[in-house]
Design a protein around this ligand. Structure first.
Ligand SMILES: NC(=O)c1ccc[n+]([C@@H]2O[C@H](COP(=O)([O-])OP(=O)(O)OC[C@H]3O[C@@H](n4cnc5c(N)ncnc54)[C@H](O)[C@@H]3O)[C@@H](O)[C@H]2O)c1
Length: 266
């Protein structure tokens, strides 16, 4: 039986993970490949993308690794050219790179603010700048941006640049979706809540609770109506729908994957 993305070509940025386990990009790459897509796994850490490729290859899928820093224009252009050279087209652009640094305007340096904007917003602008002409020539394409509930509401931690960039990304998605709707190009975003990915284990605990990992987990889970965090597969399945032709009438939209978090008052 053909997969839900049979013979489509997908670029996944941040296709590795920062630690052992499943991150959002890695799960999306493996899931999209299971559904028949050919994958360009893009990561600044080549080894991390190779781990993802090895999983896909073992399952009989197709994946090539491309090393790039998606905050750099030349690297992003190289990524798009590499995909077209390898597979001839780009059906799906999954912009997954991102992450937070803590602080408000007083504590945060200007350098961190700029870095956060590049890391969470500008790279999507760059990827779209170079991918859209290819998709326009094809008359078809699906762009999926990975935002965050931090772009919708206050989730318990003050990271002003991340909140602002992810809110910008949600708006970027809607503006792009509307303006490319007649060209056959859809643009949507997944808005994850508090997901248990390697990022949480490796970085966030140190950032917020001075290494008190169990304390941080308990604090995260308490806030969520479902009482537990989601995982990378929850995000990947929402992205799969948006990437597939099942979502052919869905554009400029978002899917919130947060166990009810953002619909709760306190
Ligand atoms: N984990 C969560 O709880 C959560 C919640 C909401 C939103 N998100 C969003 O999900 C996305 C992915 O999060 P994750 O936790 O799976 O990611 P992650 O931190 O595990 O990173 C995935 C990969 O991105 C790569 N990467 C980092 N900077 C890069 C760059 N400049 N160019 C190319 N690759 C780069 C890393 O090397 C890593 O392999 C992010 O946009 C994040 O904001 C995560």
């Amino acid at each position: 039986m053909p997969g839900r993305l049979q013979d489509k070509v997908a670029i996944i940025t941040g296709a590795g993970t920062v630690g052992p386990g499943w991150g959002n990009g890695k799960a999306a790459a493996v899931l999209f490949a299971r559904e028949g897509a050919k994958i360009l796994a893009v990561d600044i850490n080549e080894k991390a993308a190779e781990d993802t490729r090895d999983i896909i290859a073992k399952e009989g899928g197709t994946c090539r690794v491309h090393k790039a820093d998606v905050t750099k224009d030349a690297d992003v252009k190289g990524m798009i050219d590499a995909c077209v050279a390898a597979f001839g087209r780009i059906d799906i652009l999954h912009n997954n790179v991102g992450g937070s640094e803590p602080g408000g305007p007083v504590e945060m340096t200007e350098e961190v603010w700029d870095r956060q904007m590049n890391y969470n917003l500008k790279h999507v602008f760059l990827a779209c700048k170079h991918a859209l002409p290819v998709m326009e020539r094809q008359g078809k394409g699906s762009i999926i941006n990975v935002a965050s509930v931090s772009g919708l509401s206050f989730t318990g931690h003050f990271h002003i640049a991340y909140d602002s960039a992810k809110a910008g990304l949600i708006k970027f998605t809607k503006a792009l979706g509307v303006n490319y709707a007649r060209k056959g190009i859809r643009c949507n975003c997944v808005i994850p809540g508090q997901m248990h990915t390697p990022l949480v284990d490796t970085r966030l605990a140190k950032q917020y609770r001075g290494g008190d990992f169990q304390g941080m987990l308990a604090e995260r889970q308490k806030r969520i109506p479902m009482g537990h965090m989601g995982d990378a597969w929850d995000v990947a399945y929402a992205a799969l729908f948006l990437a597939s032709d099942e979502a052919k009438y869905v554009t400029a939209a978002d899917i919130v994957v947060d166990g009810g978090l953002t619909s709760k008052c306190n």
